[in-house]
Structures are given as C-alpha cells and as structure tokens.
Design a protein around this ligand. Structure first.
Ligand SMILES: [Zn+2]
Length: 70
C-alpha cells in the first residue's frame, strides 16, 4: 500500500476561524475537495480524513505527512 495516512499529533480541536473562512466542498473527491481536505488536515483537527478521500488521494499518489512542528 503506497498511501501513507495522515498522522495527527495535535489534540483533537476545531479551528473555528479556519472553518469560517473555508467552506467544506460539496464533492470531497474533486480537485477542490481533495485540496480542502489536505489544507484542513494542516489547519484543523476536528475529524478524520474520510475513507473515500484517503482512497482518492492514494489513487492519485498524493501523500502527505502532518506532524508536530517542534
Ligand atoms: Zn475541522
């Protein structure tokens, strides 16, 4: 399996400001949707990456690793 799942190391929390400025996409597996989910994983930690999004990222061979900055 080539796809490396996103790793969350921050405590679960909602970045309300980011969400207010970034409306969730209607099509999670569209270009816009995948971009939103990748940016969301960096800026917010309120929910897991949906399975269909993770599969689509893997199909397109897009990999990301999000970790604690320190
Ligand atoms: Zn969020």
């Amino acid at each position: 399996m080539l796809h490396e799942p996103l790793h969350f190391r921050f405590p679960r929390s909602v970045n309300i400001q980011w969400h207010s400025e970034n409306a969730a996409p209607r099509e999670p597996t569209s270009n816009e949707g995948l971009s939103w989910h990748l940016r969301h994983a960096v800026h917010c930690n309120c929910c897991h990456l949906p399975g269909e999004v993770a599969r689509e990222l893997g199909r397109r061979q897009i990999f990301a690793y999000v970790s604690d900055p320190k």
